[in-house]
Design a protein around this ligand. Structure first.
Ligand code: OFO
Length: 175
């Protein structure tokens, strides 16, 4: 059983995760059109992850006798000035999500809700990882430069993260 306040805040988080999923899907489509195959795959993966983050909250609300509300999604941007600008937007969005998770943690303390506090720990760790990943990619793009001659290399660099994620999944499946 969770309080109405916590239920409402978790539903806001559902909306934020859903928006992230659609934002990253729009980015995947843009990358695909621009011929950035590695970046497109990366953004598809991120989009799927955000949907999984959203569904995790559905599960928690169901487990705690709360009610998950399926959100309306605002139109995400379709066009991006450059691949660097796109990743800057990703990083900014992840920082916004981190702030929202931190607010939820503080609300759970205020509401004396150890179960939600415990549930949120997974998100705290996930956001730390996601922010670090996006910062790493942005730093690489800044080093390479995102002029037309650099796009091929940027795409290859981002594709290394896809390959690393696939390898990690394969190892997990083996265990
Ligand atoms: Fe779910 O917001 Fe990023 O990871």
């Amino acid at each position: 059983m969770i309080s109405k306040k916590i239920e409402a805040a978790l539903n806001e988080q559902i909306a934020l995760e859903a928006y992230a999923s659609f934002l990253y899907l729009a980015m995947a489509s843009w990358c695909d059109r621009e011929g950035l195959e590695g970046c497109a795959q990366f953004m598809h993966r991120q989009s799927d992850e955000e949907r999984a983050h959203m569904l995790r909250i559905y599960g928690y609300l169901s487990e705690t006798d709360g009610f998950a509300l399926t959100p309306a999604i605002a139109q995400a941007p379709h066009e991006f000035e450059s691949v660097q600008v796109m990743f800057e937007k990703v990083y900014a969005h992840e920082q916004k999500v981190t702030q929202s998770i931190n607010d939820l943690v503080n609300l759970s303390y205020a509401e004396k809700d150890p179960s939600t506090l415990n549930f949120l720990q997974w998100y705290v760790a996930e956001q730390r990882e996601e922010e670090a990943l996006m910062r790493t990619i942005l730093n690489k793009i800044r080093l390479i430069g995102d002029g037309p001659q650099s796009l091929y290399y940027i795409d290859k660099e981002v594709d290394k993260f896809n390959k690393a994620a696939l390898a990690a999944e394969a190892t997990e499946e083996e265990q």
